[in-house]
Design a protein around this ligand. Structure first.
Ligand SMILES: NC(=O)c1ccc[n+]([C@@H]2O[C@H](COP(=O)([O-])OP(=O)(O)OC[C@H]3O[C@@H](n4cnc5c(N)ncnc54)[C@H](O)[C@@H]3O)[C@@H](O)[C@H]2O)c1
Length: 254
């Protein structure tokens, strides 16, 4: 069940990063279904184009770690649109490492893709978002950004950064009177291709071990996170800014 069609973001202009796969794909689909014009961005050109074709959106190649590319993308959107209403900073990677065994290069790369990218998106998105009547930034963090994890050290640290910078951009917009809200979403274990490396390494155990510790007894689905993102991006969340929405089947409620 992916939800009814109610025009919840009718006429809005949305940009989703990492929209070629998983949660980003489901989010682009949900926003498109609910009436937004969606800019689908990713480094994966073929899959990104396929998503844009599927939802009637526009594909733009964007490596979220590249500041100049962010400026180009916002200029391109600004040539066709008067504003940007919704920015979903979703692109990410999640390699394993630990605080006793991490490679500094990998640590920096993870921070670049997971955290600096979101900072760049907020920085370069704000110009067009400020032109919106009711703008919204939704940043994908993770429960790994809220609780410790022995095998996601760099990822958890980067996602914690996303959680905090979301509050910083929310406060900036509120204090300056920009019509832009900003919130973070914190998924638990969601069944998307990001888990493929674990599945390859550990087989079915990668899933059953996760399911055992989730109170709802299963992994989440991408559309269940997309529904949370859609809510925060829509005007239904008009008095919600600087907060965090956990979508984890109860994992962190224990
Ligand atoms: N799936 C989960 O269990 C889970 C849990 C918590 C948080 N998240 C977060 O949700 C977001 C989406 O993850 P997903 O599970 O859909 O993963 P996914 O692997 O299915 O999708 C990630 C997308 O990001 C893109 N991407 C990677 N590096 C990029 C770059 N430099 N520039 C642009 N695009 C890039 C990939 O091409 C891919 O399309 C990520 O930020 C992830 O950390 C996922």
């Amino acid at each position: 069940m992916t939800g009814r069609v109610d025009g919840r973001v009718d006429g809005k202009v949305a940009l989703v990063t990492g929209a070629a796969s998983g949660i980003g794909h489901a989010t682009a689909r949900a926003l498109g279904r609910e009436g937004a014009r969606v800019y689908v961005t990713d480094i994966n050109i073929d899959a990104g184009r396929a998503v844009a074709d599927e939802i009637g959106g526009t594909f733009i190649h964007l490596d979220v770690t590249d500041e100049a590319a962010w400026m180009d993308v916002m200029n391109a959107v600004g040539e066709s649109e008067t504003c940007l209403d919704i920015l979903v900073n979703n692109a990410g990677i999640s390699p394993h490492d630990s605080m006793e065994k991490f490679e500094l290069d990998t640590w920096r790369h993870v921070h670049s893709v997971v955290s600096e990218s979101v900072a760049l998106g907020c920085k370069h998105g704000l110009g067009l978002l400020r032109q919106s009547e009711a703008g919204a930034i939704v940043n994908l963090s993770s429960i790994a950004g809220m609780i410790g994890s022995s095998n996601y050290a760099s990822y958890g640290a980067a996602k914690a950064g996303v959680r905090n910078m979301t509050k910083s951009v929310a406060m900036l917009c509120a204090e300056r009177g920009y019509p832009v809200r900003a919130n973070s979403v914190h998924p638990g274990s969601i069944d998307t291709p990001i888990l493929d490396a674990d599945k390859k390494k550990y087989g079915e155990r990668a899933i059953t071990a996760r399911e055992k510790v989730i109170p709802l007894g299963r992994l989440g689905q991408a559309h269940e996170v997309a529904n949370a993102i859609l809510f925060l991006a829509s005007d239904e969340a008009s008095f919600i800014t600087g907060t965090e929405l956990i979508v984890d089947g109860g994992f962190t409620a224990r």
